[in-house]
Design a binder for this molecule. Structure first.
Ligand code: IMP
Ligand code: MG
Length: 180
């Protein structure tokens, strides 16, 4: 599958190391929290979410929702929630866990939806940030890495729902645009 990758950005080992660091951040950020819930944004976040959880030592719940606005490598601009949380977040500390912030539309919309549900707090942790892609103002509370404005795949990141299973993160080889 390596032919679909133009350049590896982060290896499996670098990702594991980063998830340890981010797990420690969650531990310290929420050390005084009574009820922490990690909210994963499906589907891209799955590998990151699992790796992150292993490195969090404080008690927490997990829940997931699905919100999407992407087709191929282009955002169509309208994030829609296609699957909601299973439980109430009333009074809880919510940490939204996402794979990447690009235009910022998804997380801006999501944060405002969840903010109306009486959570004690709502913060965002994203593995990657592509600040050059931003079209609305949005900043996550914590970022793993900042990346240049390229389309990335692997470790959850997809091109047309494929390549999520690569254990590393790399830049998509545009020779395969519309070919997979
Ligand atoms: P935003 O609303 O543009 O910030 O979209 C964020 C969502 O777009 C992420 O959750 C990803 O699912 C997807 N996305 C943005 N950039 C990439 C990329 O480089 N590769 C794969 N998916 C991406
Ligand atoms: Mg996503």
């Amino acid at each position: 599958m390596d032919k679909y990758i133009k350049e590896v950005l982060f290896t499996k080992e670098q990702i594991e190391e980063k998830c340890k660091e981010l797990g420690k951040w969650v531990d310290s950020e929420y050390k005084d929290s009574n009820e922490l819930v990690l909210v994963g944004v499906l589907s891209g976040v799955v590998p990151f979410f699992a790796e992150l959880m292993k490195n969090i030592t404080i008690m927490h719940e997990i829940d997931f929702l699905k919100i999407s606005s992407y087709e191929g490598t282009e955002s169509n601009g309208m994030p829609t929630m296609t699957r909601d949380l299973n439980r109430s977040i009333d009074g809880k500390d919510v940490l939204i866990v996402e794979d990447i912030v690009d235009t910022g539309r998804t997380l801006k919309a999501l944060k405002s939806v969840l903010a109306k549900r009486n959570a004690n707090s709502v913060k965002v942790l994203s593995l990657l940030d592509k600040p050059e892609g931003r079209v609305v103002e949005f900043e996550a509370d914590k970022i793993g890495w900042t990346v240049p404005n390229h389309f990335v795949v692997g470790f959850g990141f997809d091109y047309n729902e494929k390549l999520r299973n690569l254990p590393y993160i790399g830049i998509f080889n545009q020779d395969y645009l519309d070919k997979i």
